[in-house]
Design a protein around this ligand. Structure first.
Ligand code: TXA
Ligand code: MG
Length: 310
């Protein structure tokens, strides 16, 4: 437990911006729960979020914005999506949209998907922080994977104090339940995660809500509802010597077509994973991947590789 806990003064927000610019992690209060924030466009910083949470998989993260202008750079808004944003932002609503070409959010934060989850929080400290930083921040709840979400800065300090650089204290979160996630890409809104915005309120702005998350035959976690990015190329894993004609995705000091991390740094490897797979997939039919250790973030990297090899 060694993170600094600071109040949300302008000076402390400036200190938090410095941490974010250096690739560090800041716990910030939002109106739902405390979030573990990092620069959304810095893949290595994003990788350190997954490492800090001990996530066994790379679930896509929510990118938090402070203005509509920032949001429009990241995602394509239909008329309906725009109406929801106008009605409920800032607030506990997350919109899943098609990603925009102008978007700055890293591939790893999107888990390689062509969609993006955006939310504009209402909490003044979260908004000031994003505004002062000047770009989107990804922020999953600031708890270790599998533990309950924190609603007080003390929860963050006791659960993750050794993993975050700074905790901004905003007292108790008002909602205490995560944001409601709506997939706003289709003809009708789809509820991916029930949350602190009542679906009845969504219906008033955009009727016809479908509820894939509440279908007992469907998987319950929104992460599982996603169709993951899968390469067209054939993937072979744990390959020490690639065949001729195969692209080689390396890890560690070795000759390779592309290398996830020449210094065997798992954070760097995670940050490069999706972009490098995409790049090789566009140029080769067969990809061999060097062994990646399964410790720490390696577990999530191997999980993703195994799915991509299916
Ligand atoms: O209230 C909240 O939303 C909190 C606060 C900190 O803002 N954040 C939060 O983030 O709950 P997180 O990372 O724990 O939850 C993100 C959820 C995941 O369940 C993920 O599956 C879903 O958002 N998600 C992210 N991107 C998605 C996408 N492109 N498509 C579908 N679901 C997505
Ligand atoms: Mg969570």
């Amino acid at each position: 437990m060694n993170a600094r806990i600071l109040s949300g003064t302008a000076d402390n927000i400036a200190a938090a911006v410095t941490v974010l610019n250096e690739g560090g992690l800041v716990a910030m209060p939002t109106e739902t729960v405390y979030g573990l924030a990092a620069n959304a466009s810095d893949g290595v910083a994003v990788a350190s979020i997954y490492a800090a949470k001990g996530r066994p998989q790379f679930n896509p993260l929510i990118a938090h914005v402070s203005s509509m202008e920032m949001a429009l750079k990241e995602g394509h808004f239909s008329i309906h999506a725009r109406a929801l944003a106008e009605a409920f932002w800032p607030g506990p609503l997350t919109l899943v949209l098609d990603v925009a070409e102008t978007g700055a959010v890293s591939e790893l934060a999107r888990a390689g998907l062509d969609s993006i989850a955006l939310r504009m929080p209402r909490h003044p400290i979260a908004r000031h922080l994003i505004e002062a930083f000047g770009g989107p921040l990804v922020a999953p709840s600031a708890n270790p994977s599998g533990k309950i979400s924190p609603t007080l800065s003390q929860h963050v300090a006791s659960d993750m104090g050794d993993k975050v650089d700074l905790i901004l204290d905003g007292g108790a979160c008002m909602a205490g339940v995560e944001s409601t996630i709506i997939d706003a890409r289709g003809e009708r809104p789809a509820l991916l995660r029930p949350g602190s915005l009542d679906p009845a309120e969504i219906e008033e702005v955009w009727p016809g809500l479908i509820r894939p998350a509440l279908n007992p035959d469907a998987p319950q976690s929104p992460g599982q509802l996603l169709r993951h990015y899968a390469p067209k190329a054939k993937l072979r894993l744990n390959v020490k010597v690639p065949d001729t004609g195969e692209a080689y995705l390396g890890f560690g000091p070795m000759e390779a077509t592309l290398n996830l991390s020449t210094t065997s740094d798992l954070n760097e490897a995670a940050a490069n994973l999706f972009a490098m797979l995409r790049d090789l997939d566009a140029r080769f039919d067969r990809i061999a991947v060097a062994p990646v250790p399964t410790k720490g973030l390696g577990e999530a990297i191997n999980d993703r590789l195994t799915r991509a090899a299916k």
